[in-house]
Design a protein around this ligand. Sequence first.
Ligand SMILES: NC(=O)c1ccc[n+]([C@@H]2O[C@H](COP(=O)([O-])OP(=O)(O)OC[C@H]3O[C@@H](n4cnc5c(N)ncnc54)[C@H](O)[C@@H]3O)[C@@H](O)[C@H]2O)c1
Length: 246
Amino acid sequence: MRLKDKVAIITGGARGIGKEAGLLFLREGARVVVADFDGSAGEALEKEIRELGGEGYFYQVDVTDRNQTQAMVDNVMERFGRVDILINNAGITRDGILTKLNQEEWNQVIAVNLTGVFNCTQAVVQVMVSQGYGRVINASSVVGLYGNYGQTNYAATKAGVIGMTKSWAKELGRKGITVNAVAPGFIVTDMTTKVPEKILKIMQEKTPVGRLGQPQDVAQAYLFLASDEASYINGAILNVDGGLVL
Ligand SMILES: NC(=O)c1ccc[n+]([C@@H]2O[C@H](COP(=O)([O-])OP(=O)(O)OC[C@H]3O[C@@H](n4cnc5c(N)ncnc54)[C@H](O)[C@@H]3O)[C@@H](O)[C@H]2O)c1
């Protein structure tokens, strides 16, 4: 029970890595708010949480909309009276090489992956400051550290997340709030289902531990950074990639 009675908001929590993290956090004693755009996946997960006897609920939110992210935090305060953990996990891809990438694809990825992280953190941070306690964990990517063919927009946002993480770690550390990021490598979720089998095989061969990542690999990293064991870790970027980008 490493998160006993903690209240955690997990954005993009209805599917993939976020869903796995929510279920893990519940097992560790947290009250979990599944904050996601996707109504049907979110409602299905809320039902699953209830069946497991966990304390948590689904809140439908578009992280790109500041009014909605503020309303989400107000709602969590009404329901649970505090917010201990924010996992900025919602993210999208709209891939294309530089010469083909259009304005819409650029704007959408910036709005979710970068502005969404800013919106959610700004809405939560006053609560955390008044509590004198908080854990913010941001989903970056190895692509933000090393770049990737066809991912100008995505790489820009994931590098931007690292910049925000380090800035907030400096601003908020004295207020009892730590801010860290994870940089996953290749994780098998809906986000990566379009990748051809041939590329998956190459990725697996290139990964020193000899397998692709699973959502629980990243969920465990979120759990560690959210736990009290990580209280002296602040401004860190934790690669979760099986050694892919050493
Ligand atoms: N899967 C990977 O290989 C991988 C690698 C590195 C980093 N990441 C990052 O990890 C995070 C989770 O990725 P995943 O693979 O689980 O993705 P996913 O596509 O399985 O899930 C993302 C979730 O975010 C939600 N979402 C999208 N736009 C939203 C919005 N505007 N408001 C609220 N919710 C929104 C979706 O509905 C979905 O439930 C993302 O930030 C992603 O960039 C993933």
